[in-house]
Design a protein around this ligand. Structure first.
Ligand SMILES: NC(=O)c1ccc[n+]([C@@H]2O[C@H](COP(=O)([O-])OP(=O)(O)OC[C@H]3O[C@@H](n4cnc5c(N)ncnc54)[C@H](OP(=O)(O)O)[C@@H]3O)[C@@H](O)[C@H]2O)c1
Length: 301
């Protein structure tokens, strides 16, 4: 198959590209940076600029599936301007893709959009699955709702639409985990706030395997992309410290301190999302890393 990926140069996109190439798929990708067009070995890169409505139409040639990962990284201080960028980078890019597929002859059958778990309500004990209609009223939750609506529009063009509500992606190459590892390595590791907040995480190898599984089985609808065994922030911090053979000496870090340091973005550290992985398991996906200790051991051997 030929798969067009947006955001292919990012943490998830790079790993996904490698997996799809290993499975002998052809990969096209869209990048906002002209210097990255030749960067992904074995793939064909195309330029786009969603802000200016520019896209190289040739990217669609022969494409069966679109994977939409592009979006401004949420781990930056949430100023009003940056909040706007977080939303627009996902919505304008989705609209540009939509108009491309609508206006040009093509053979695209499916679009898979990254999505987030912040759409779910805060929870410690209740485990939420994809059927829940409850949602949170927060900045990120509203981003996710708009992001999913933009993906759903592709249904009118006859495409299967799949949305992967992705938990905290664990990788040793970027994202949240190396940021958690740094202070622990230096002996400054500590849980955040009460430490009881639930972290719905996923090993990056499982996440990209789920993208591939969704493509191979032409799945549609919403799926949580989270490991079946969630952990509290305190447990996760402990597992990392044990793996690195470092003690956790400091008391837990109060919420107000991180609010002062990070502003509204501190939400990412303290929100508690307890999510079910049953739907993707029932669809036939088998997790390589269902348990946190084995996931961390694999990433920090
Ligand atoms: N990592 C996680 O823990 C996690 C969890 C849940 C959901 N997700 C979502 O999954 C997607 C991929 O995540 P990731 O961790 O791989 O992100 P990432 O490393 O930040 O990469 C995202 C890619 O999006 C493109 N991009 C950045 N700003 C853009 C903008 N303003 N307009 C258009 N494209 C832009 C960039 O590609 P170019 O420079 O090539 O254009 C970048 O490589 C994101 O939408 C993210 O929100 C990630």
């Amino acid at each position: 198959m030929t798969i067009l990926i947006t955001g292919a140069t990012g943490l998830i996109g790079k790993e996904l590209t490698q997996l799809l190439l290993a499975k002998k798929h052809t990969v096209h990708y869209l990048t906002t940076s002209k210097s990255k067009i030749g960067e992904q070995f074995g793939c064909i890169g195309f330029y786009w600029n969603p802000q200016e409505g520019k896209i190289d139409e040739n990217c669609l040639y022969g494409v069966d599936v679109i994977v939409h990962l592009a979006g401004a990284n949420i781990a930056h201080r949430w100023t009003n301007t940056y909040k706007q960028e977080i939303i627009e980078s996902r919505i304008l890019s989705g609209e540009l893709l939509f108009n491309l597929v609508k206006k040009h002859p093509n053979q695209v059958k499916q679009i898979i959009s990254a999505s987030g778990i912040s759409i779910y309500p805060e929870s410690f004990s209740t485990v939420y699955d994809e059927t829940t209609l409850d949602s949170e009223d927060s900045f990120l939750s509203n981003v996710v709702k708009k992001w999913e609506e933009a993906a759903d529009r592709f249904q009118v063009l006859g495409l299967k639409v799949c949305k992967l509500r992705t938990g905290i992606v664990l990788s040793n190459k970027g994202g949240a985990l190396p940021e958690m590892v740094k202070p622990i390595k230096l002996g400054f590791g500590a849980a955040m706030g009460s430490g009881k907040q639930i972290q719905s995480w996923i090993h990056i190898a499982d996440l990209v395997a789920i993208y591939s599984f969704v493509i191979e089985n032409q799945l549609e609808g919403v799926f949580n992309a989270v490991a079946p065994n969630t952990v509290s922030n305190q447990q996760l911090t402990k597992v990392i410290a044990q793996r690195l053979q470092k003690p956790l000496l400091l008391p837990r870090i109060p919420k107000f301190v991180m609010q002062l340091v990070l502003g509204e973005m501190s939400y990412l550290l303290f929100s508690s999302k307890n999510l079910s992985a049953q739907k993707i398991i029932q669809a036939g996906y088998r997790f390589q890393f269902p348990e946190i200790d084995k996931a961390i051991a694999n990433l920090y051997p």
